[in-house]
Design a protein around this ligand. Sequence first.
Ligand code: ADP
Length: 593
Amino acid sequence: MSDLTAGYRVRGIGRFWGIVALAAIVSLSAPLFVASRSYFEGEELQRAQSRVTLYRSTLINALERYQHLPFVLARDPFVIRGAEGADRDALNRRLASFSAEADLDAIYLMDTIGLTVAASNYDQDLTFLGQNYGFRPYFRAAMVGNRGQFFGIGVTTSRPGYFIAEPVRNIGGEIVGVIALKLDLSDLERAWSDGGETVFVSNRDGIVLLSSDPTLRYRTSSPLTEAQREAIEARRQFGTVTLGELDWADLGSDRVRLDGMSYLHVTAAIPGSDWTLHFLSEESEVLARAWLAVIGAAILGVVISAIALYARIRQVRRSLAESQAARHELQVANLDLAREIEERRATERRLEKARSELARASKLAALGQLAASVTHELGQPISAMKNYLAAAELDEGQGDSGETLTRLSGIVGRMERLTQQLRFFARPGGETFGPVDLVDVWREAFSLIEPDIDAAGISVTADLPDRPVIVRGDRLRLEQVVVNLCRNAILAMRGAPRRTLSVCVDAQGAVARFTITDTGPGLGGKKLETLQEPFVTTRASGEGMGLGLAISAEIVKEHDGTLSAHDVDESAGGGGAVFIVTLPSIDEEKRGP
Ligand code: ADP
């Protein structure tokens, strides 16, 4: 796999797991939101519950703090006497001092019809003195011997307050009046308001009496019935204030809607009264916290996914790198193996060549021995025969016998050439090596074969360089190579329609080359290795022994050169043969002695 493919694969993995992580986060968001919302709702409800408990106890404290004061005052001799009509000025002052001391709105004494006969605010403009509160429930309750408690807006002062009343009895136990106090709860409301929370108190009719938010005050959570309105009117509970309605709906499971907003709603009853304390907590805060939790979890999920993804990609990259390294090692091992195989094949080829050369050498060695003995045995008689024949030719001159002698002389000449050729194998080469100019070699060889060329009607083209082409070798033996190759060419062109012998001598770098091209029939697909074997010939018996190429190849080898051959037009075959002799050349300057 290429690096590019690996890169695509790693990126593909990254994209796939990225999409999976995103899908997981999105699909988990909704249940997570529901769960965290219900969790935060529960938590908020718990908090609201504890806030309600706190508000409830402060309210109860505020109300109960003065619960017993009317009871005590009702038994005060000054109050009893005052109720009976005596010393009311002194009582006024006494009540004023008590009221100031207890930080009360007012303490006042009513007679049995509800007319105020003594009051702590006797000296103020809006004094209760002379006012009749007989219609107030707290008065009525006291007149029947009970403690009266009531929240209402002051008829005289128009200020709201909490009223507590006790019957005043004379020594005979007869009710002679009612002592009452009015408690101002506005400080409590202010404290609620300052707390910044939404808390309010409603009565049995659902009318908000006290509230941290003044806009809620004197409004009802449900419409009032006619009877309720009449009763409220009768006790003049809210004076001239118009009772409005709240935009209120109970949504169930501790939730309400007020003025279009959702709240968690917790309530607590105030003992000893018909009051209910309400605490509202904005649901939007719960929702915000739930969203925060979801977003936090999503961010956490993204971070964890990113870390996991990064780790995964690193792992994939590592294993890719490992497999690439393993592949590389395998490739190297394969290359080594291929090289070893190639070396082995080359060795086999060398071995095969060495074997065939050994065979050829042993053949040539045997040939050498044979040639030595044949030429030795035949050499003397042939030359003697030649001499006699020459003498006989001179003596006899003309006629039939002269013709016979000429033919005999030809046969002996051929026999001599054969023995000369065989002699080559009988003597080792190499001992007469020196600098030889291939151009000279050609000229010398040409002079030897020129008569044959002329007789065969062959034209010769010689491409010779201007300067000498020097090789180190035996001049005569190199001439023999050129003569052999040219003779073969001449014979090959016998009967050919076009007969041209082309010779070229050239040198390139350290290689000198001698090329002989003919226009004969070519090698006919035969390999030089075959043709140069001793005694391989296609000529008629007596025309050739098949030793020409064998001798030439051997001489070239002695000179550390190579002999090669191919058809002129190799692809088509035929059309003439090319024989090339290459030899190591030496510079003219380096020419030895
Ligand atoms: P010989 O000439 O005695 O046959 P050689 O060893 O010189 O022996 O040649 C061997 C054979 O190679 C020849 O018989 C001939 O078939 C072939 N041969 C050599 N030179 C040529 C050539 N120029 N064109 C075609 N065939 C050739």
